[in-house]
Design a protein around this ligand. Structure first.
Ligand code: COD
Ligand code: ATP
Length: 285
């Protein structure tokens, strides 16, 4: 794998932040995504629009930049964990201020925030697996300053006894490393265009994630519909094939009927695009 040239802390932090924001915007615009906000419309969401998602993404650039600056060449220890926990929570507040109190990117701040920190800890240059493993170390450390708040995601992980956003990070983002990135590369190699390859990567995540957004809104029936529908798209030949496009349209209709939206999968797609840009020179900017 070819890596990017080594970069310095200041320019590196700015570049990482810009790239993370771009990945959020790329994810939001990518269409057609089942149940999610995309350039066609709001999906299963009544309080979200593409414009709001983009405004939210831009509001997070300073947070990502501060995360990168504070993490540059630092080791994974409790002090750094507490710093990035504080910056992440401040980022959530900035997001809420920019969106008028709507949760657009809570899960994305968590996943991308940890990954931005991890790249910076590694000096701005490392393979995807090393970045994910470093982010996992951070996620495993305690953050005693974190308020013990109730959340829908936490309730879903307890009720259904499944891993959620926290565990995905603590395990080193297996849905990105083992499913999404390999699928992205595979679909590109088969000649899919970039949007099709990204949609295939989203499908790969959706075949197995316990997405607490889906569980909170549509229970196990919604989760099963998501997983089966995404498998059907990939088995039909992926989004580049006519049969795959048909299966994707069916999945979209099913998710809308169930009021289900795979927001966790969308966050992990944005994080996948980020790791892809970190390690694919022609996509870097
Ligand atoms: C751990 C987090 C995600 C809270 O998780 P919790 O499940 O309690 O909350 P919540 O339901 O609001 O958020 C979960 C979000 O993650 C996404 N998600 C859902 N399921 C999954 C999954 N299986 N895998 C990954 N992401 C998922 C969804 O978008 C969902 O909205 C995080 O918000 C947090 O602790 N933030 C504090 C600040 C911090 O420590 N930041 C450090 C890094 S910047
Ligand atoms: N393109 C997208 N469309 C919709 N959601 C997305 C998209 N990308 C990421 N998400 C994620 O989905 C989550 C939103 O899910 P959801 O609306 O279920 O959360 P909520 O605000 O907790 O619940 P509710 O809207 O039911 O009150 C966000 O935290 C965000 O991280």
């Amino acid at each position: 794998m070819k890596l990017l040239p080594r970069i310095d802390a200041e320019g590196g932090a700015e570049w990482l932040a810009r790239t993370a924001t771009l990945c959020l915007i790329d994810e939001a615009r990518l269409s057609p995504k089942p149940g999610l906000v995309d350039s066609r419309g709001s999906g299963a969401h009544h309080d979200l629009t593409l414009e709001l998602m983009e405004r939210s993404a831009h509001s997070l650039t300073p947070t990502f930049q501060a995360l990168a600056q504070q993490s540059w060449l630092r080791p994974a220890d409790v002090a750094l964990r507490q710093t990035i926990g504080r910056l992440g929570r401040e980022g959530e507040q900035q997001m809420m201020a920019a969106t008028g109190g709507v949760n657009t990117h809570r899960g994305a701040i968590w996943a991308l925030g940890l990954l931005v920190s991890a790249v910076a800890m590694l000096g701005g240059n490392a393979p995807a697996q090393a970045i994910a493993a470093t982010a996992a170390k951070l996620a495993q450390l305690p953050d005693d300053a974190a308020p013990k708040l109730f959340s829908k995601g936490l309730r879903a992980t307890h009720r259904y006894r499944v891993p959620g956003a926290r565990e995905e990070a603590q395990q080193g983002f297996p849905h990105i490393i083992k499913l999404a990135l390999p699928q992205l590369q595979h679909s590109r190699q088969l000649g899919s265009n970039e949007a099709q390859a990204r949609l295939d990567a989203l499908m790969a995540i959706m075949t197995s994630l316990s997405d607490t957004c889906v569980l909170s809104r549509a229970g196990l029936e919604g989760l099963e519909a998501m997983r089966q529908g995404a498998s059907a798209v990939l088995h039909a030949g992926g989004v580049a094939s006519i049969a795959g496009q048909q299966a994707l349209a069916e999945l979209d209709a099913r998710m809308l009927a169930l009021n289900a939206s795979p927001g966790g999968a969308a966050d992990l797609l944005a994080a996948t695009l980020f790791l892809d840009r970190m390690t694919t020179p022609y996509l870097a900017n």
